[in-house]
Design a protein around this ligand. Structure first.
Ligand SMILES: Cc1cc2nc3c(=O)[nH]c(=O)nc-3n(C[C@H](O)[C@H](O)[C@H](O)COP(=O)(O)OP(=O)(O)OC[C@H]3O[C@@H](n4cnc5c(N)ncnc54)[C@H](O)[C@@H]3O)c2cc1C
Length: 320
């Protein structure tokens, strides 16, 4: 029987799987088609590639900085430091921004390189049978493991594992904010020397110029647009049926930048229902010896890749 089942291949899932795999057998399951979770990358025909979740990593703590520098040295990450502008279009000076060499899920991919993993595999049921865990996938297949690690955001965790969480955890006030992201490609639009723009607007929060990440050669100009939290809250439950939501975000981008709308030849929208928990909780991770059940993820300690990584490392220490 495999020692650990890890639900989730995002930053926290891939990190804990990587650490545990040095000592134990591990298998990772993710409902998505590929690795990365909220740091994943969307690819479309004709070389179109967008980081539709995590934009960049700016490490703050000593531990995480050391780890990021190692990935940089190993050619997994690179820097993305050219022209990041605020809404006045003035150049902003700020800390170093790291991105994946090929895409922002490179970190998760690197962590999972030698680990058994199954994608398009949503775990729909978990059951502890006194000595081991039995997990059931959507296709009704069942697998057994000695221990289980759950890295999904809190609302999904509560739905799946309610029976095994103590009252204190169940009562946590965790509010995960949504995010609406739109990916667009322009034809014959001059690629300006701009990496990203931060807006002071009630609809559009941020736009990233994917071409400035210098990962691909294309005659198209690709932008990822991220909406403000307030506007995302209003639109997250209807963006799939209401096509005007994507148009509104694009129109605002056009108004604020002066780009030409008729040059847009590709557009796609993505809604992140559980993007960030800004408040965090008083926990970094959770390990329940009685059930051999571990919980980690950014929702416990803050809305960044760094928090997800720190949470996974904290859990690994508890397990050891
Ligand atoms: C739009 C957006 C922009 C962001 N920008 C930045 C940024 O620039 N910098 C930064 O540091 N952070 C950023 N963040 C935050 C960052 O994405 C997260 O902090 C981090 O990726 C969380 O990682 P995680 O592993 O904890 O969770 P997740 O990445 O959410 O991983 C959870 C995984 O569990 C899987 N899963 C869930 N339920 C099941 C199930 N039942 N069965 C199987 N699999 C399941 C999911 O598919 C997912 O892959 C951004 C987030 C969003 C949404």
């Amino acid at each position: 029987m495999i020692d650990f089942c890890v639900l989730g291949s995002g930053v926290s899932g891939s990190t804990i799987a990587n650490i545990l795999s040095k000592k134990y057998s591990v298998q990772v399951f993710d409902k998505a088609r590929g690795p990365g979770g909220r740091s994943s990358n969307k690819r479309f025909k004709n070389n179109l590639s967008f980081d539709h979740g995590v934009q960049y990593i700016s490490p703050k703590t000593k531990l995480f900085t050391k780890y990021i520098k190692k990935l940089y040295k190993n050619n997994i990450l690179k820097t993305w430091n050219e022209n990041h502008l605020d809404f006045t279009f003035e150049k902003k000076t700020s800390s170093i921004k790291y991105i994946g060499k090929k895409a922002n899920n490179d970190l998760a991919k690197y962590n999972l390189k030698n680990i058994k993993k199954s994608f398009s595999s949503p775990i729909t049921k978990i059951n502890f049978n006194k000595y081991f865990w039995e997990i059931t996938l959507e296709d009704k297949s069942k697998y057994q493991f000695k221990s289980l690690i759950l890295t999904c955001p809190f609302p999904q965790l509560k739905r799946l594992a309610k029976k095994y969480l103590n009252k204190k955890i169940l009562k946590l006030k965790v509010q995960m904010q949504p995010n609406i992201t739109v990916m667009i490609a322009f034809k014959n639009q001059k690629n300006l020397p701009i990496s990203s723009i931060k807006f002071n607007d009630n609809i559009l929060a941020w736009a990233a110029n994917e071409n400035s990440k210098k990962r691909f050669k294309s005659n198209l100009n690709l932008w990822t647009l991220q909406a403000t939290i307030n506007w995302s809250k209003k639109t997250i439950n209807k963006y799939k049926i209401d096509k005007s939501i994507m148009s509104q975000l694009i129109t605002r981008f056009i108004e604020l930048t002066g780009f030409e709308k008729n040059k847009i030849i590709f557009k796609k929208i993505h809604g992140w229902k559980y993007s960030y928990n800004f408040q965090g909780t008083s926990y970094l991770s959770l390990w329940d010896k009685k059930y051999n059940l571990g919980i980690c993820g950014d929702w416990l300690n803050g809305p960044k890749v760094e928090n997800a990584w720190l949470s996974a490392n904290d859990l690994a220490k508890k397990i050891k």
